[in-house]
Design a protein around this ligand. Structure first.
Ligand code: 5GP
Ligand code: MN
Length: 339
């Protein structure tokens, strides 16, 4: 985004506007954190602001300031369509293509509001008038922080904004450990703490609010873990029946895939999660080093994401999906062993 773009946006925001903020489907900490961070910022200028999530999100995010104001498109489609059609400005946060918002794709595509994208995923589509896309960024939350600073408004960042932005930077960097965590990320985090983010409380709210059944489900996932040393690969599967046994709720499997990557010598980890309701197998992929799970997921599982973290899906059954996965690996043997 150029200086002129920022001037135009500043001009645009200088009078009261109807604004909609949209995170991706199955929103995570970064999607909800960036949406609510931006929401609190825009509310300071008395804009009419509505965050519309395509669908529900995990309970461990349901403490964030003004979280209860978020509309869920899957639950109140008509109301949401009205708000979308009245929007002067539509911010799309933490996704790179409109097919990442599920049933909201068509209404957002045809809406007349000015679209502003803020996102750090690879290969962004060209649907927004203003595009702040940077794949080197740790998180969309860090980008929203930059966005506010570039509008010359760093001083307006308060405790609510800080709390939301801290949360998304923390979750998308695996608590500040992934390679996308730069010294600048740490400086931003330091500023957010100074501006009121209660870091210990936020870590507790996200990571130490497990239910007993979630830990039991983790036990099940870990006992299903398979290792393929010749490909430096590990994978986990969870069937719908296993999910049902342990009372699965949205978000319960968040982070499970990383256990595969914590094994010594493993550079590629995948989790396959059966979803009978959507009749798909959801695939989450993680890697270390140069092996791109974004490319792998685009090529084989109709997905995408980042070099080291991506997602996708399969229309095959759970067993067939895993067989397909195993049959693909030999063509990646060399690259996986060069990490
Ligand atoms: P997760 O595995 O945690 O669901 O997602 C990892 C990363 O990949 C996130 O940045 C997420 O936005 C992206 N991602 C997850 N699922 C999909 C998908 O189906 N398609 C695309 N393009 N990206 C995805
Ligand atoms: Mn993100």
């Amino acid at each position: 985004m150029t200086n002129e773009d920022y001037s135009s946006i500043k001009q645009l925001l200088s009078s009261k506007k109807n604004i909609v903020i949209v995170p991706h489907k199955n929103p995570d900490g970064d999607a909800i954190g960036s949406s609510l961070g931006l929401y609190h910022y825009l509310k300071k200028y008395n804009h009419e602001v509505t965050v519309i999530a395509p669908n529900d999100y995990p309970d461990f995010l349901k403490w964030m300031p003004s979280e209860t104001s978020i509309l869920k498109y899957e639950l109140q489609q008509e109301d949401c369509d009205t708000v979308i059609n009245q929007a002067d400005i539509i911010f799309t946060l933490d996704f790179n293509a409109l097919n990442r918002i599920g049933d909201m794709e068509t209404p957002i595509q045809s809406a007349t509001g000015i679209k502003i994208m803020i996102d750090h995923h690879q290969q962004p589509d060209d649907y927004a008038l203003y595009m702040y896309s940077d794949v080197s960024m740790s998180s969309t939350c860090e980008m929203v922080y930059n966005f506010i600073c570039n509008l010359g408004d760093e001083n307006s960042i308060d405790q609510d904004i800080s709390t939301c932005l801290y949360t998304g930077i923390m979750t998308d960097t695996g608590s500040f450990r992934f390679p996308s965590t730069t010294s600048t990320t740490h400086k931003v985090i330091a500023n957010l703490i100074e501006k009121g983010a209660n870091n210990a409380q936020i870590h507790n709210n996200i990571y130490d609010t497990n239910t007993y059944s979630r830990l039991q489900l983790l036990g099940c996932a870990l006992s299903n873990l398979k290792v393929l040393p010749e490909y430096r690969t590990a994978y986990i599967s969870l069937s719908q029946q296993e999910l049902n046994t342990f009372n699965f709720k949205k978000g319960d499997t968040e982070g499970f895939v990383n256990y595969g990557l914590s094994l010594e010598g493993i550079v590629f980890a995948v989790i396959f999660i059966e979803n009978e309701q959507e009749n798909i197998v959801k695939v989450s992929l993680r890697s270390k080093g140069a092996f791109s799970v974004n490319e792998f997921s685009r090529a084989h599982f109709n997905g995408g994401g980042h070099t080291n973290a991506a997602g996708g899906k399969s229309d095959l059954g759970l067993k067939e999906t895993i067989e397909k996965f195993i049959s693909i690996l030999p063509s990646y043997k060399e690259v996986l062993n060069h990490e």
